[in-house]
Design a binder for this molecule. Sequence first.
Ligand SMILES: Nc1ncnc2c1ncn2[C@@H]1O[C@H](COP(=O)(O)OP(=O)(O)OP(=O)(O)O)[C@@H](O)[C@H]1O
Length: 582
Amino acid sequence: MTTSPAPGPLRVLLDHARPHRAVLAGSLLLVLAAGASGLVQPLVARDVLEALGTGGSVLEPVLLLAGLVVLGAALTGVQSWWQQRTAEHVVRQVRRDLVFRLVRLRVPELDRRPPGDLTARVTSDSTLLQNAATEGLVLVANGLLTTLGAVVLMGVVHLGLLAVTAGVIVAVALVLLVVLPRIRLAVARAQAAVGAVGAALDRALGAARTVKANGAEARETALAGAAVDEAHAAGLVGARYAAVVKVLTGVAIQGAFLGVLGVGGALVAAGEMTAPELIAFLLYVFYLASPIGSLAAGMGMLQQGLGAVGRIDEVRRMPVEEDVDLVVPAPRGPAPAVEFDGVEFAYPGRGPALRGVSWTAEPGTRTALVGLSGAGKTTMFALLQRFYEPTAGTIRVGGVDISTTSRAELRRLIAYVEQDSPVMAGTLRENLLYAAPDAAAEDIVEALRVTRLLGFVDRLDAGLDTEVGARGVTLSGGERQRLAIARALLRKPRVLLLDEATAQLDARNENALREAVEQVARGCTVILIAHRLSTVTDADRIVVLEHGAVRARGTHDELVERDELYRELAATQLLVPAAPGA
Ligand SMILES: Nc1ncnc2c1ncn2[C@@H]1O[C@H](COP(=O)(O)OP(=O)(O)OP(=O)(O)O)[C@@H](O)[C@H]1O
């Protein structure tokens, strides 16, 4: 997967604003028009006062003044509405885009990113971008245009004094160019820290019972607290630079004023300039305070947005699974064979997890994967669903190399019952329908019956509409597993992957489920991982793994006879005597 080089942050920020350029340009025009209507008001007010003084009719100028006031206010209102509306559009688009990508991130990427940090990019970083890509741009454009206008008029009044003003302002602007990027760095640091707060909370809340059972509240608070302090420290640095920007813009105006006063005074004294000219020029210098303030505020907002845009753009460049949105019909036809052929795999930064693994699950049979913990069993399920890609070798389903199949198609064939937390927040019904949104009511009842959940659901006040809590915490471990199996059965898969799916069941439920799986297996290829060998003794084939390699294959009886590790596992579980014939 190649990733394109990162474009500059300003380019990215402008990309976010581009779809709204017409409205933003309109908004800028309104700001300018409102400003112009403000500029005319003193002139009309002068007319009113003159009319009062001379006893003339005041009706006309008063109406004009009132009209201008209302027009100015209305323009400002419309402009503010447009701008904020656009800001909301920008943030919605960014959030939708981020959510779309985050849900489709590739598994290796998800493995190394704390979910809390990814969440913060959608909730917090996007907010900073919102104002930068709208108000920030309008303020900067307005500031630039108005400053330009004032500069032209000042040039008309007196070129020499304009040079003095420009000299002072350019000197201060150069200092600002050094300060502004520091705001961006501080914001980026603060946002990374906010992400770390999210990650720390996610860790603590995701394992709330572990935290409480270990009395680790203080440690978790300290961890999140350190990130909060870091955000605070970075925020203070940003605030300091923002204050410096304010001081500098003030200094620029006052410096220009004093410079113009000094030089202009000397010019007037020398008779090279008239006093009214100097006064007019000084008024322009004062007038400049507003656009320069707008420019500085806009640049500050842009820097904030630029600080956040990096974190947002990073998500946009993370690799996603592009082929999961294809509409795939429910699979038909016979159960396929599943074949691992010389498969090798290593997780990033780790030694080999699978070394040249080869085995086949024949169509419509039950194959069990056994071996010591960490042997690579779950890894094979992950490769089979293309969560990761093998580094060598081929995996085939129904004779087809799965690397040539879309993930959508491949995963539609498979139902997977995970080892941990196989249940999602929501109601029982939502969980059941998760894999098969169109399942008929009688299919649901049948799946509940087979997994022995019917009685449990009947006893609940809200029945299938009972909420199960985050990751199904309000269910027992066995209920969670049975619910996950019922969900998998409803999917009507061609390949059923069960990872320790019956580990938490009592003997009676386990037997019932084994029968259910046998029933399903008639139309489906079942591959199961089990530590309790009692659950796999009647599998059609058992594959014994050790340190990422296949050590032996066969039926239970054959393996007890032939394979030392299998015999040892069986003996420790009292399935066979400690040594054959003993
Ligand atoms: N996402 C991952 N990133 C890095 N290493 C991993 C990841 N998942 C598993 N591993 C490592 O790969 C090896 C095989 O893990 P795997 O989960 O496949 O073992 P397993 O045979 O299913 O074990 P168990 O029976 O305990 O579930 C282990 O050493 C494990 O630490």
